[in-house]
Ligand binder design. Structure first.
Ligand code: ZN
Length: 241
Protein backbone atom coordinates (compact mmCIF):
# COMPACT_ATOMS: atom_id res chain seq x y z
CA UNK A 1 0.00 0.00 0.00
CA UNK A 2 1.28 3.45 -0.80
CA UNK A 3 -0.08 6.98 -0.46
CA UNK A 4 0.51 9.89 -2.84
CA UNK A 5 0.46 13.06 -0.78
CA UNK A 6 -0.57 16.59 -1.62
CA UNK A 7 -0.04 19.11 1.16
CA UNK A 8 -1.20 22.67 0.89
CA UNK A 9 -0.60 25.51 3.31
CA UNK A 10 -3.73 27.52 4.18
CA UNK A 11 -2.41 30.04 6.73
CA UNK A 12 -0.36 33.09 5.87
CA UNK A 13 2.96 32.23 7.48
CA UNK A 14 6.07 32.78 5.40
CA UNK A 15 8.68 30.45 6.89
CA UNK A 16 9.88 27.77 4.49
CA UNK A 17 9.66 25.19 7.26
CA UNK A 18 6.24 25.66 8.87
CA UNK A 19 7.38 23.78 11.97
CA UNK A 20 9.24 26.96 12.92
CA UNK A 21 5.93 28.67 13.63
CA UNK A 22 2.26 27.84 13.70
CA UNK A 23 0.65 26.56 10.52
CA UNK A 24 -2.53 25.17 9.02
CA UNK A 25 -1.97 22.52 6.37
CA UNK A 26 -4.52 20.66 4.25
CA UNK A 27 -3.43 17.09 3.53
CA UNK A 28 -4.92 14.92 0.78
CA UNK A 29 -3.70 11.35 0.33
CA UNK A 30 -4.53 9.10 -2.62
CA UNK A 31 -4.29 5.52 -1.45
CA UNK A 32 -2.96 2.91 -3.88
CA UNK A 33 -2.65 -0.83 -3.51
CA UNK A 34 -0.18 -2.38 -5.98
CA UNK A 35 -0.60 0.67 -8.21
CA UNK A 36 -4.41 0.55 -8.25
CA UNK A 37 -6.46 3.40 -6.72
CA UNK A 38 -7.88 2.06 -3.46
CA UNK A 39 -9.22 5.14 -1.67
CA UNK A 40 -8.57 8.60 -0.38
CA UNK A 41 -8.09 10.53 2.85
CA UNK A 42 -8.18 14.17 3.87
CA UNK A 43 -6.79 15.72 7.02
CA UNK A 44 -5.56 18.95 8.59
CA UNK A 45 -2.23 19.51 10.32
CA UNK A 46 -2.66 22.36 12.78
CA UNK A 47 0.19 23.68 14.93
CA UNK A 48 0.52 26.57 17.35
CA UNK A 49 2.02 27.00 20.82
CA UNK A 50 -1.55 27.36 22.14
CA UNK A 51 -4.15 26.04 19.70
CA UNK A 52 -7.01 26.90 22.07
CA UNK A 53 -6.09 30.61 22.23
CA UNK A 54 -8.10 33.29 20.49
CA UNK A 55 -4.94 34.37 18.64
CA UNK A 56 -4.62 30.87 17.15
CA UNK A 57 -8.29 31.03 16.27
CA UNK A 58 -7.81 34.17 14.17
CA UNK A 59 -4.46 33.20 12.66
CA UNK A 60 -5.15 29.52 11.92
CA UNK A 61 -8.56 28.04 12.57
CA UNK A 62 -10.53 30.87 11.04
CA UNK A 63 -8.66 30.59 7.69
CA UNK A 64 -11.02 27.86 6.53
CA UNK A 65 -14.74 27.32 7.16
CA UNK A 66 -14.23 23.67 7.98
CA UNK A 67 -11.45 24.18 10.55
CA UNK A 68 -13.44 26.99 12.12
CA UNK A 69 -16.28 24.50 12.73
CA UNK A 70 -13.80 21.96 14.15
CA UNK A 71 -12.48 24.56 16.61
CA UNK A 72 -15.96 25.39 17.85
CA UNK A 73 -16.80 21.74 18.30
CA UNK A 74 -13.59 21.00 20.23
CA UNK A 75 -13.95 23.91 22.64
CA UNK A 76 -15.22 23.05 26.11
CA UNK A 77 -18.46 24.80 27.18
CA UNK A 78 -16.35 27.16 29.34
CA UNK A 79 -14.78 28.43 26.06
CA UNK A 80 -11.40 28.62 27.80
CA UNK A 81 -9.77 25.41 26.61
CA UNK A 82 -10.43 22.34 24.49
CA UNK A 83 -12.52 19.43 25.72
CA UNK A 84 -10.74 16.60 27.51
CA UNK A 85 -8.42 14.89 26.85
CA UNK A 86 -6.91 17.45 24.45
CA UNK A 87 -5.40 19.85 27.03
CA UNK A 88 -3.49 16.94 28.54
CA UNK A 89 -2.37 15.49 25.17
CA UNK A 90 -1.27 18.89 23.81
CA UNK A 91 0.70 19.91 26.89
CA UNK A 92 4.14 19.00 25.54
CA UNK A 93 3.28 18.53 21.84
CA UNK A 94 0.93 21.34 20.84
CA UNK A 95 -0.08 20.19 17.32
CA UNK A 96 -3.21 18.40 16.09
CA UNK A 97 -3.72 16.05 13.17
CA UNK A 98 -7.45 16.15 12.39
CA UNK A 99 -8.62 13.52 9.90
CA UNK A 100 -11.79 14.37 8.03
CA UNK A 101 -12.14 10.91 6.51
CA UNK A 102 -10.38 7.76 5.35
CA UNK A 103 -12.45 6.25 2.52
CA UNK A 104 -11.73 2.98 0.76
CA UNK A 105 -13.34 1.73 -2.44
CA UNK A 106 -15.58 -1.36 -2.03
CA UNK A 107 -13.03 -3.83 -3.44
CA UNK A 108 -10.48 -2.82 -0.80
CA UNK A 109 -12.56 -3.11 2.35
CA UNK A 110 -12.51 -5.90 4.89
CA UNK A 111 -8.78 -6.55 4.81
CA UNK A 112 -7.48 -4.14 7.45
CA UNK A 113 -6.30 -1.66 4.80
CA UNK A 114 -7.96 1.24 6.69
CA UNK A 115 -5.85 0.48 9.73
CA UNK A 116 -2.74 0.39 7.55
CA UNK A 117 -3.69 3.75 5.98
CA UNK A 118 -4.07 5.26 9.46
CA UNK A 119 -0.69 3.88 10.52
CA UNK A 120 0.99 5.33 7.44
CA UNK A 121 -0.77 8.69 7.76
CA UNK A 122 0.44 9.04 11.34
CA UNK A 123 3.93 7.82 10.42
CA UNK A 124 4.26 10.29 7.52
CA UNK A 125 2.39 13.34 8.78
CA UNK A 126 2.48 13.33 12.59
CA UNK A 127 5.93 14.73 13.28
CA UNK A 128 7.22 15.28 16.81
CA UNK A 129 4.96 18.33 17.26
CA UNK A 130 1.71 16.40 17.05
CA UNK A 131 0.20 15.51 20.43
CA UNK A 132 -3.18 14.18 19.34
CA UNK A 133 -4.77 12.57 16.31
CA UNK A 134 -8.50 13.13 15.81
CA UNK A 135 -10.70 11.23 13.38
CA UNK A 136 -14.21 12.29 12.42
CA UNK A 137 -16.08 9.09 13.32
CA UNK A 138 -19.37 9.88 11.62
CA UNK A 139 -20.08 7.26 8.93
CA UNK A 140 -19.49 8.58 5.39
CA UNK A 141 -22.82 7.19 4.19
CA UNK A 142 -24.66 9.42 6.66
CA UNK A 143 -22.83 12.66 5.97
CA UNK A 144 -24.48 15.49 4.08
CA UNK A 145 -24.19 14.98 0.34
CA UNK A 146 -22.71 11.48 0.80
CA UNK A 147 -23.67 10.42 -2.71
CA UNK A 148 -22.48 13.70 -4.22
CA UNK A 149 -19.05 13.74 -2.59
CA UNK A 150 -18.34 10.07 -1.92
CA UNK A 151 -20.39 8.25 -4.53
CA UNK A 152 -17.86 5.50 -5.23
CA UNK A 153 -16.55 5.36 -1.65
CA UNK A 154 -19.93 4.90 0.05
CA UNK A 155 -21.21 2.21 -2.31
CA UNK A 156 -21.89 -1.08 -0.53
CA UNK A 157 -21.41 0.43 2.92
CA UNK A 158 -24.09 -0.69 5.40
CA UNK A 159 -27.19 1.46 5.30
CA UNK A 160 -28.86 1.09 8.68
CA UNK A 161 -30.01 3.86 10.95
CA UNK A 162 -27.47 6.62 11.55
CA UNK A 163 -27.10 5.61 15.19
CA UNK A 164 -26.57 1.93 14.47
CA UNK A 165 -23.93 2.58 11.77
CA UNK A 166 -22.20 5.14 14.00
CA UNK A 167 -22.01 2.70 16.91
CA UNK A 168 -20.62 -0.01 14.66
CA UNK A 169 -17.95 2.29 13.18
CA UNK A 170 -16.93 3.56 16.62
CA UNK A 171 -16.66 0.03 17.96
CA UNK A 172 -14.35 -0.75 15.06
CA UNK A 173 -12.22 2.36 15.70
CA UNK A 174 -11.96 1.52 19.39
CA UNK A 175 -10.12 -1.57 18.20
CA UNK A 176 -7.50 0.80 16.74
CA UNK A 177 -6.99 2.31 20.22
CA UNK A 178 -9.12 5.42 19.63
CA UNK A 179 -11.45 6.92 22.26
CA UNK A 180 -14.64 8.86 21.81
CA UNK A 181 -14.44 12.57 22.66
CA UNK A 182 -17.67 13.36 24.48
CA UNK A 183 -20.18 15.58 22.65
CA UNK A 184 -18.13 15.68 19.42
CA UNK A 185 -18.01 13.63 16.24
CA UNK A 186 -14.34 12.86 16.92
CA UNK A 187 -12.39 9.95 18.25
CA UNK A 188 -8.93 10.69 19.58
CA UNK A 189 -5.61 8.97 20.29
CA UNK A 190 -2.02 10.07 20.84
CA UNK A 191 0.04 9.37 17.68
CA UNK A 192 2.24 6.84 19.47
CA UNK A 193 -0.70 4.51 20.06
CA UNK A 194 -1.65 4.50 16.35
CA UNK A 195 1.80 4.01 14.85
CA UNK A 196 4.95 2.74 16.49
CA UNK A 197 7.27 4.98 14.50
CA UNK A 198 7.06 8.45 13.09
CA UNK A 199 9.06 9.83 10.25
CA UNK A 200 12.20 11.87 10.52
CA UNK A 201 11.46 13.09 6.99
CA UNK A 202 8.58 15.48 7.30
CA UNK A 203 6.73 16.70 5.29
CA UNK A 204 6.62 13.72 2.90
CA UNK A 205 6.26 16.09 -0.11
CA UNK A 206 6.98 19.82 -0.56
CA UNK A 207 4.21 21.95 0.89
CA UNK A 208 2.30 23.92 -1.70
CA UNK A 209 1.24 27.45 -1.02
CA UNK A 210 0.40 30.44 -3.10
CA UNK A 211 3.28 32.62 -1.98
CA UNK A 212 6.15 30.16 -2.28
CA UNK A 213 5.08 27.73 -4.97
CA UNK A 214 5.76 28.51 -8.62
CA UNK A 215 2.51 29.22 -10.49
CA UNK A 216 3.93 27.32 -13.49
CA UNK A 217 5.94 24.34 -12.33
CA UNK A 218 4.36 24.07 -8.83
CA UNK A 219 7.81 23.51 -7.32
CA UNK A 220 9.11 25.29 -4.23
CA UNK A 221 10.41 28.86 -4.52
CA UNK A 222 13.06 29.98 -2.08
CA UNK A 223 11.73 33.47 -1.45
CA UNK A 224 15.03 34.44 0.22
CA UNK A 225 16.86 33.77 -3.07
CA UNK A 226 16.77 35.94 -6.20
CA UNK A 227 15.74 33.53 -8.98
CA UNK A 228 12.04 34.35 -8.76
CA UNK A 229 9.63 37.21 -9.42
CA UNK A 230 5.99 38.03 -8.93
CA UNK A 231 4.00 36.95 -11.98
CA UNK A 232 0.36 37.70 -12.73
CA UNK A 233 -0.78 34.49 -10.96
CA UNK A 234 1.65 34.66 -8.05
CA UNK A 235 5.37 34.00 -7.64
CA UNK A 236 7.22 32.22 -10.47
CA UNK A 237 10.80 31.04 -11.07
CA UNK A 238 12.67 33.28 -13.51
CA UNK A 239 13.31 30.20 -15.69
CA UNK A 240 9.62 29.25 -15.81
CA UNK A 241 8.44 32.50 -17.34
ZN1 ZN B 1 8.81 27.13 -11.71
Amino acid sequence: MEIDWRIERLDEGEMQDPRDEGCLLRIVGKVKEEGVAAGQLEAYYILDVDLASSRAFFELWDMDGETCAIYEELMAPSQEDFREPLPRLLETRPGLLVIDYIALFPDFRGRELGREVMRQLVRCCADGNIGAVLLDASPLQHRDGAYDFFDHEVRALPWNGDEQDTEKLRGYLRGWGMHQMAKTRYMVAPPGSLSDTHTAKWPPVPILCFWNTCAYCRRWIDTDGDDWENGPEGPIHLGCR
